[in-house]
Design a protein around this ligand. Sequence first.
Ligand code: C2E
Ligand code: CA
Ligand code: CA
Length: 568
Amino acid sequence: MINCSDSVFEPEICKRLIAETPMSVMVTDSNLRIIQVNKSFVDTTGYSAAEAIGQTPRLLSSERHDTQFYKAMWHSILDTGQWQGEIWNRRKDGEVYPEWLNINVIRDDEGSVSHYAGVFSDISAYDNSRKRLHHMAHYDALTGLANRVLLYDRLGQAIEKARRDKAMLAVMFIDLDHFKRVNDSLGHRAGDRVLNAVAETLRQQVRQSDTVARISGDEFVVMFTDIQAVEHLAKVAGKMVAALERPFDIGGESAVHVSASIGISVFPMDGENAESLLQHADIAMYKAKESGRNSFMFYTDQMGKVLQEHLLIERDLRKALDNQELTVVYQPQVCAQDHRITGFEVLLRWYHPLRGWISPAVFIPIAENAGLISILTRWVFTTACLQLKDWHQRFDQSLKMAVNISGKQFKLGRLDEEILSIISSTGVAADRIELELTETSLIDNVDKATEILNSIREHGVCLAIDDFGTGYSSLNYLKLFDVDKLKIDRSFVQALFNGKSDSEIVTAIIGMANNLNIAVIAEGVETKEQLLFLQEKGCDEIQGYYFSTPESPAVIAQLLAPSENGQN
Ligand code: C2E
Ligand code: CA
Ligand code: CA
């Protein structure tokens, strides 16, 4: 409450102060008729004193606040003699702006209301920076998409709404395939342009009401509300995969190719809250990647069970080495022409005390993800080197040993030092050792892989590309890595007589390898027919059940020394 008689200011000073203060001042009589405004009021609202005087403050109303708001305001004014807060008003030119407003009741000597004084300042500049801050906290600076914070926020709200409405909503987790390669080969600027192009593409694929977010480097999430049918999601996901597969023109010499793997989870079936929906969409995305990238996959309860299962296997695998549950077997590789054994591939076996045999195809990926692969490789590699040394001494110095190396190991420690140290400590000839690596594992780690493999190859160790034909099958990479051998994947061998294209692929791989002076081996050869085909096309070596399944050292020793056992 203002009481002029309490003021320490002279009335003249008070007048000047009010007239010239940068705060806007408006005084009304007890009937809310404006009787006085100052210069700042005129500047802020755009109304001249003459236009304002005689009007009520409704002149400035923005209609942004409901009656409840004004009720509460008047309640406070009449109760306490004042009110302050943020309010949206409208200038003469129609612009709505936020102001910070103080309203005070002025009473006469008898104590009745004689005037109301409103003092306010335009806070739109402050409000803009507040909005900017809010924007920065909720949107991705590069693409302008929602960020993780906003996504969680909206997802949380959408889940609540869907729960109330008994509706479905879906989360799509989108991860670009090999985006790192774009960054590495074309630079971060180009990488940024690609991310922007991807963001734009995603925006175009969804409705206004759906949220597209970028949650980290090359990971995007789209939230779909109000899903009518899951089939519809499959359609959208298919369209997205196709749209992201198309080359992006980012202004460079040539268009850039990326593709994406998408995982989808649906509320309420696949998760009750934001975390579990995102986690399950992420798992489904990994499954899509595993299944060959550039595809989408729905989360299934089964995946959750598989994950659970993986955790159990991981726990047991940690103990398996100590408990001596792991062994290795050796599968002969033979010359395609005379069927003489030239070497072996060492393959890991695990006999679980309760589950029995577990395939390496199951536990190797788990070991990779659990960070156990280095320990396993070290053990397999050492065992195989010692075994080979023994066979060299007993049978044939020219026998070779192929060892599978996981691509994950390029990211961990010094693979070259580890391998060379095992070779030297076991005393086996380095040029009799062959590392089997898949194309994908090399290409996903090009720089590290070239460096490490060059260092290993300097010591004479050979390099074979495993599962050839299933990845990029790129000649450039073969040159980059100075490859000794290609291993045609068994899926091609097994499909040889099922359709024309597989036999053509196999013929082409052999022809290409011959041209480049790279040896070729076919794996998974099970029939005489397959053998004859491969022989005729010029395949150098053969591996498969037709000659021998993977066997224990004792059985292999019998194969290597038939005469010792009365065979020939
Ligand atoms: P891979 O490197 O492609 O190994 C060849 C697989 O084909 C082996 O399966 C082998 O037993 C199987 N195989 C061989 N001949 C035939 C045949 O004629 N027909 C059929 N149907 N299959 C045949 P396995 O031993 O189950 O190994 C599966 C995968 O596990 C391997 O595939 C390899 O990627 C991985 N693996 C096995 N041992 C190791 C290891 O010590 N280290 C790493 N990093 N991976 C390993
Ligand atoms: Ca292999
Ligand atoms: Ca293979």
